[in-house]
Design a protein around this ligand. Structure first.
Ligand code: ZN
Length: 264
């Protein structure tokens, strides 16, 4: 298996929210610097409702190496009407919109009733199948229902973002062709569960992300997160898997390019 051309380097941040209001003061400075430094190969900005999906698409259209996912997050499921689904579907026709997401279930906050979350999730899984686009899954304290839902759609490909399930769940998902993306919490002290899950990840199914401005990795916890801090996540994965930093950076970048269908 070839891991990219020698000319390429840099990290691929598969999940970010640069449209978040915490970047309102300096969004373009941060991104200009990250892309300008050459350390950031590419990033996918993820939408959570129609408005943030539109902002994500606008960001993706501004930067050559920025892409976006558009979709309705479980938090916003209660507000999703037919118009919202149509708007998401229309955005997916844009070349820079490389995935449907983030979609899924969140039983931690329960901002939308669970039955409504499930309905909106199911409808978007059907959309992904019909349009043949990959999905980005948000699963918070809803592992069993999320896994059930995606396995009911064997033709849908996707990633579990900021994977927080067990090694056992990781195995079930990967066997079905799903990807796992790891974020800041893998660096948190005592997070044995996520370390075990990352150890069980297949070489061709592992990706990394910041979920910035959230989930800042150690040693920057408490600060606003950005794609530059992803090096701490790569370092941690390299350490637990006994690989070099360069190997994990290249592996996760090549996996992300293949997953999102990014050619060059
Ligand atoms: Zn997110």
């Amino acid at each position: 298996m070839a891991y990219g051309s020698l000319l390429e380097s840099g990290i691929f941040d598969t999940h970010a929210h640069y449209d978040d209001r915490r970047f309102d003061e300096d969004r373009y400075e941060v991104l200009d610097e990250l892309f300008g430094s050459g350390k950031l190969y590419a990033a996918v900005n993820c939408g959570c409702d129609v408005r943030s999906s539109e902002s994500s698409l606008a960001l993706a259209q501004r930067y050559e190496r920025m892409y976006c996912a558009v979709g309705i997050h479980p938090h916003d499921a209660k507000n999703a009407d037919d118009k919202a689904f149509d708007a998401i579907e229309a955005m997916l026709a844009e070349p820079k919109a490389v995935a449907l997401g983030e979609i899924g279930l969140d039983y931690h906050y329960d901002f939308s009733p669970r039955e409504v979350q499930k309905e909106v999730f199911e409808r978007q899984l059907c959309m992904a199948e019909r349009l043949d686009v990959p999905v980005v899954i948000h699963d918070r304290e809803a592992h069993a229902d999320c896994v059930d839902a995606v396995l009911r759609h064997p033709k849908v490909r996707g990633v579990f973002h900021s994977f927080s399930g067990s090694a056992e769940t990781a195995k079930i998902l990967q066997k079905a062709g799903w990807y796992l993306s790891f974020s800041g919490p893998i660096t948190f002290k005592g997070n044995v569960k996520t370390v075990d899950a990352a150890l069980s990840a297949y070489n061709d199914r592992i990706m990394v992300e910041t979920d910035c401005p959230y989930l800042t990795p150690v040693p920057h916890r408490g600060k606003r997160n950005h794609s530059g801090y992803i090096s701490h996540i790569i370092e941690k994965i390299a350490e637990i898997r006994g690989e070099s930093y360069e190997f994990i950076e290249t592996l996760t970048r090549e996996n992300a390019k293949r997953f999102f269908g990014i050619k060059e």
